[in-house]
Write a protein that binds this ligand. Structure first.
Ligand code: GLU
Length: 608
């Protein structure tokens, strides 16, 4: 861990402690979720100045920036302050939440190339105020038409080591992000592609400031970089970019220029796609199993009906399978409702025990049943039914664990996959449109391979399949690997009230779930909800935990069968927006450099 990382973690811990005092105040005043007045407390960290975005500054009277901010006319919450500035500027010009989210994603490809980009995929959940409906634009990567269930096995039939598998051409799925952005723009956008991609082009061409996190990811991933990546992440003297440097990516600027001119076709059926397919093929162990130009030409997104689950007096809404995320989040939260979690104190042994047990039980169903619904019959309605979840909740008791030996549901521990990273962001505009979007190239820096001359990284999403054949999530031709990404919204009376999501592989599910739990059941304000110490476990047990989980709770629940890691971890990177009746409150997780940007007095028709 670098010194900068340690410093950030210390800063995070002190911000978390500051949050605790505020929450104690809230508890004393008897504030509960639903009745919360929005964000009267100042953010716990000062705003980060953004100097890279033309027409945007945190000092501008129309913008307000911070870990948690409140504003009337628009809100952006993202891990990247530069991309947040780009999106806020789109909102200020009168663009809607979908326009802003599109510009934000293009920018992230430049400024946070380790987390997402047009070489990857994602899930964009959109609430459209005009039609009063939610839909999910699913740009998940697909396996090639030639994929086989055995493609991640070695010649002896054993699983390829993960570190090896992620760098094979077989791991690289057909990217969906660009089709997803263009589809969203065509369905909901009010601004041209040219306008929305331009800030990213400018940043790639003229340069942007490398933050500590990107610098760390460059340094940490050089071993898997191909030559194009090494070159792009190095300055003119050949040294790797480091914190504070100005990085340019002229290849990506040129790629985006082509997309600006010719649209998604330039990628899926044009010269960019040819180079992408050639690079994937070059890394394949058997080229016929890996993505080729025909696969790219055939790719399209799907428009999915979100899953919707009644929980207390609100509704949990999110991307359905092939992401297991929102389904499992909803199952856990429903189990906790049936277990009457609200009768136990936050940070009590009882609360952590029930939390861990509910996660373990829901995870058993994830592993046993879930996969791409185009290929697998998943009994989603039954899994989310009150009758079934009540039955499952009845398995859980204080004083003992459902796990006595092995993994819950009899699954195998070898399927555990907690590595991987991505990015989550949310945008809400003054018309009430909302976007909750999680976007990924799977591992940090994806496969480590950049398309030569094109400036973007290729995903390794297909290692989200089980590497051993046989289960519902085995690789198959044209199938989408099961995800954990959890772009979610909480709706009250059919209208979004809260958006949430996180990166973090399997931890995405537990981090997003706990943000919603702490906000709604324990009444914490948005920043407090995402910094409240959380835990992570899965169907095989063993608990990772944030600093701040009391020792007494760990000791007591250890006697009840929980196994806690010896030391704390940093879990998730949650971004949320709370949508009140008069104001929006955005909060960005302080464990990285994220910030929320609020907008007052937006421009555009009817506002001048
Ligand atoms: N590949 C992961 C998933 O879809 C997302 C990346 C991450 O692990 O954060 O679940």
């Amino acid at each position: 861990m670098s010194r900068e990382h340690e410093r950030r973690e210390a800063e995070h811990r002190s911000e978390t402690d500051a949050g605790v005092n505020r929450r104690r105040f809230l508890a004393l005043t008897g504030t509960t979720a639903g009745a919360l007045t929005v964000g009267t407390q100042p953010a716990t960290a000062t705003a980060q100045e953004v100097t890279d975005v033309a027409g945007f500054s945190c000092d501008h009277p129309h913008f307000t920036c911070g870990r948690e901010v409140t504003a009337a006319d628009g809100m952006v919450s993202t891990v990247d302050p530069i991309a947040g500035g780009v999106a806020a500027r789109v909102l200020r010009e009168g663009g809607n939440a979908i326009d802003a989210a599109i510009a934000l994603q293009y920018t992230l490809n430049v400024t946070q190339p380790h987390g997402s980009g047009i070489g990857g995929g994602g899930f964009m959940v959109v609430y459209d105020a005009e039609s009063d409906s939610v839909e999910a634009i699913n740009s998940r990567e697909r396996a090639s038409q030639g994929a086989t269930p055995e493609m991640f096995l070695d010649d002896d039939g054993n699983e390829l080591p993960f570190g090896e598998a992620i760098q094979t051409g077989e791991a690289m799925g057909v990217p969906g992000t660009l089709k997803g952005l263009e589809t969203a723009r065509e369905r909901y956008g009010s601004r041209s592609r040219q306008r929305l991609i331009e800030p990213a082009i400018k940043l790639a061409r003229d340069g942007f400031t490398v933050d500590w996190f990107l610098a760390e990811q460059i340094a940490a991933n050089t071993e898997k970089f191909n030559e194009a990546a090494l070159e792009t992440f190095s300055d003119e003297s050949g040294a790797l970019y480091t914190t504070g440097d100005t990085m340019t990516n002229s290849d990506l600027a040129e790629t985006f220029e082509r997309i600006k001119r010719d649209g998604a076709e330039a990628f899926y059926e044009g010269a960019i796609g040819e180079d992408l397919a050639a690079e994937i093929q070059r890394h394949a162990r058997e080229p016929e199993r890996a993505v080729d130009e025909a696969d790219l030409a055939q790719y399209d997104v799907t428009i999915d009906e979100p899953i919707r689950t009644k929980w207390y007096d609100v509704e949990l809404v999110g991307q359905p399978l092939p992401s297991s995320g929102p389904t499992v989040v909803s199952m856990i939260l429903k189990l906790l409702e049936f277990l009457e979690i609200d009768t136990y104190e936050r940070r009590s042994p009882e609360m952590y025990h029930l939390l861990a047990e509910a996660i373990i039980v829901a995870w058993g169903d994830r592993m046993e049943h879930m996969g791409d619904p185009e290929f697998v019959d998943v009994p989603i309605d039954s899994l989310l039914s009150d009758a079934y979840l009540q039955e499952r909740a009845d398995l859980i008791e204080l004083g003992q664990s459902v796990l006595t030996e092995g993994c819950f549901g009899g699954g195998e521990p070898h399927r555990i996959s907690t590595d991987g990273q991505t990015t989550h962001f949310s945008v809400v505009d003054r018309w009430g449109n909302a976007v909750s979007y999680t976007s990924t190239i799977e591992q940090f820096m994806g496969s480590g391979k950049m398309v030569p001359g094109r400036g973007f990284m290729i995903n390794n999403e297909l290692t989200d399949f089980d590497r051993t054949p046989g289960g519902p999530n085995e690789p198959e031709p044209w199938k989408r690997p099961m995800s954990s990404m959890s772009p979610m919204m909480v709706l009250r009376d059919g209208v979004p009230e809260f958006t949430a999501g996180s990166p973090g592989g399997w931890r995405i599910i537990t981090s997003t779930m706990q943000a919603i739990l702490f906000r709604y059941v324990y009444g914490l304000e948005p920043l407090a909800a995402i910094t409240e110490p959380s835990i992570y476990t899965h169907y095989c047990g063993g608990i990772s935990w944030d600093a701040g989980v009391p020792e007494e709770a760990r000791q007591t629940t250890a006697e009840w069968g929980q196994e806690w890691d010896a030391t704390p971890s940093t879990l998730g990177n949650v971004q949320v927006i709370d949508i009140g009746t008069d104001a929006l409150t955005g909060a960005a997780d302080p464990n990285r450099d994220g910030q929320a940007v609020g907008l007052e007095r937006a421009g555009g028709p009817g506002r001048h």
